[in-house]
Design a protein around this ligand. Structure first.
Ligand code: DC
Length: 241
């Protein structure tokens, strides 16, 4: 499934919104929930990352908000969910791996705080959700992107647990790193996400909070499914979920 550039509006589609801090497990959960529901998986962080990569490659000043907004206006980002992994295309180039580097991760902060950039990316995300059922994950999905959806979740976990997961992930990838460093990094990202003036990480008032600290991925998905089935009795059959 390819997203991007589709401007057609079609009513009646469902958006499941999952917000939460870095490392709470949103991506894994959202991706697998989307598979279970037969919905598209919309990784909004990948969009901010792809634009960051382009700005870095062009050597743009990351403080230059006008230049970053113009860049967003002249960029095409596609997300293609092939089942085995999300393919992220930047102006036609597959950048799925390139957007996951430490440098890109650290620099997304500059892109994500620009209101002009956020307005453009939010519009793309809404256009994607207007034409298909989606499970979207990010920081502002329930508050800004799909504020009217009934299916809002805020996935949280203790900061130490999130750092532990990130540390295990990096170690498994053969990138040994000091745990304290990872913990500091996670705290730093939380601070940036919570204090951003535009589109900060915020729990929507009507979001269901799930603390995944002591839960497995399967348990989290089952919990989400139970809430969604409860809300969608008329729209979906239990079997489908
Ligand atoms: O979820 P992630 O780590 O891939 O997100 C990358 C960056 O993008 C992170 O700095 C937060 C930001 N982001 C955002 O501001 N709004 C979103 N909806 C998704 C991500």
């Amino acid at each position: 499934m390819t997203f991007g550039g589709n401007k057609k509006k079609c009513p009646g589609f469902i958006a499941v919104a999952i917000d939460g801090p870095a490392g709470a497990g949103k991506s894994t959960v959202a991706k697998r929930l989307a598979q279970r529901l037969g919905f598209a998986f919309l990784d909004t962080g990948a969009m901010y990352r792809a634009l960051t990569l382009k700005a870095m490659r062009l050597g743009l000043k990351l403080e230059d908000e006008l230049a970053l907004t113009a860049l967003a206006q002249n960029t095409k980002i596609d997300l293609e969910d092939k089942g085995e992994g999300l393919i992220v295309s930047l102006d036609g180039e597959d950048v799925s791996q390139n957007i996951r580097t430490v440098e890109v991760t650290n620099n997304t902060f500059y892109i994500a705080r620009v209101s002009g950039v956020r307005a453009i990316l939010v519009r793309w995300q809404q256009e994607i959700g207007a034409c298909r059922n989606v499970v979207a994950e990010g920081r502002d999905i329930g508050t800004v992107v799909f504020p009217r959806t009934k299916y809002k979740f805020y996935l949280d976990a203790d900061v130490e647990e999130r750092a532990k997961r990130r540390h295990a992930e990096l170690t498994a990838k053969g990138k040994p790193i000091d745990f304290e460093e990872v913990l500091k990094d996670v705290r730093d990202r939380d601070h940036k996400d919570f204090t951003r003036k535009v589109g900060p990480l915020k729990k929507a008032e009507d979001a269901v909070v799930i603390d995944s600290t002591k839960m497995t991925v399967e348990e989290v998905i089952d919990t989400l499914c139970k809430h969604i089935i409860g809300e969608t009795k008329d729209k979906m059959t239990k079997d489908k979920i």
